[in-house]
Design a protein around this ligand. Structure first.
Ligand SMILES: *Cc1c(COP(=O)(O)O)cnc(C)c1O
Length: 339
């Protein structure tokens, strides 16, 4: 029985082309730097992002942590969004492993961090304070695309204040596709950027941290310490190469499906659409008079999965078709017609 899964774009299964590439991948010991497929993935990602170097990591959480540990020393601080993945959803890894203090601030409705607010929390050089060292942004943030002009301002701001700038670009290709620009136009305004292969791009595992060679060299040491020094991991990288070469342009389909989903749901009285919906592959909804848990149970009984949070986040991806959108909307209407 086929399941239609709107919970996340992490749920995709590797395509037949990926499985073939994995089966046929040339491999070696990557801790010795001898896995040709890993080396190819790292070179490809660095080239696509326009950075000097790149390192394959086990997950987005690991690549963001590698960035924190490589930019900051013990007693340093990074400024980050209150709802940012690197702050809220990564177990406080910077503090746990690096003695790096986060300084969270509330993001603006468009997903940016107001640079005047950032400026106010930068700490002066004083023995009382942690050393503010890094600014950490996220694009896309809850499906929202940050403007390129903002990235440029943030880069100038960081430079002026002697901060490095890391971008959590788990879904950066969704942003680039939405803006119809080369992803390098965003990446050029960062000192490091992490990219997830296992979200909308559809690979089973992995993330890549991109940046200057000296930073990536430090990250390679940290990755070993964190237990991320894998051996014949070219089998995983092979899927990542398929993701980067075959699944970037098709993200427009996910965005079109999300836009369609938003449009169809907006026409239903009992549903409120959150304004940050529909820019990329996410739609956020709220039922005005029915319980989200009840909706989730009704859908589940019909092989459709959602996370009944508030608001409900619906994510389109490689394994969701336009027909699935229509199926989903029809089942939601059936649910609302029941009492
Ligand atoms: C998913 C995600 C990550 C990384 O998560 P992993 O599950 O560790 O791969 C990082 N940042 C954002 C914004 C994400 O959505």
């Amino acid at each position: 029985m086929r399941i239609i899964d709107f919970r996340s774009d992490t749920v995709t299964k590797p395509t037949p082309a990926m499985r073939r590439a994995m089966a046929e991948a040339e491999v070696g010991d990557d801790v010795y730097g001898e896995d040709p497929t890993i080396n190819r993935l790292e070179a490809l990602t660095a080239d696509m992002l326009g950075t000097e170097a790149a390192i394959f990591a086990t997950s987005g959480t690991q690549s963001n942590l590698l960035a924190l540990l490589s930019h900051c020393e013990r007693g340093d601080e990074y400024i980050v969004g209150q709802q940012a993945h690197t702050y809220k959803y990564e177990g406080g890894g910077g503090a746990v492993f690096g003695s790096i203090q986060p300084q969270p601030i509330e993001a603006e409705p468009d997903g940016t961090l107001d640079l005047q607010k950032v400026e106010r929390v930068i700490k002066p050089a004083d023995i009382h304070f942690a050393r503010t060292r890094l600014l950490c942004l996220e694009n896309t943030h809850n499906g929202k695309v940050l403007p390129v002009a903002y990235h440029q301002q943030a880069a100038e701001f960081a430079k002026k204040h002697g901060l490095s700038l890391h971008l959590d670009g788990a879904r950066i290709f969704n942003a680039a596709v939405n803006l119809q620009i080369d992803v390098r136009e965003i990446a050029q305004h960062t000192d490091s950027i992490s990219v997830c292969l296992s979200k909308g791009l559809g690979a089973p595992v992995g993330s890549v941290l991109c940046g200057p060679a000296d930073l990536i060299h430090k990250a390679r040491r940290w990755r070993k310490l964190l237990g991320g020094g894998m051996r014949q991991a070219g089998i995983l990288a092979a899927a990542g190469i398929v993701a980067l070469t075959q699944h970037v342009d098709r993200l427009v389909e996910d965005h079109a499906n999300a836009a369609l989903l938003m449009q169809e749901l907006a026409a239903i009285n009992e549903i409120d659409i959150h304004p940050s919906s529909g820019q990329t592959n996410m739609v956020f909804i709220r039922l005005t008079s029915r319980s989200h848990d009840e909706l989730a149970a009704y859908l589940k009984a019909r092989n459709i999965l959602i996370s009944p949070r508030d608001p409900i986040r619906l994510v389109t991806h490689l394994d969701i078709t336009t027909k699935d959108i229509h199926t989903f909307v029809a089942v939601v209407k059936d649910f609302l017609a029941t009492n």
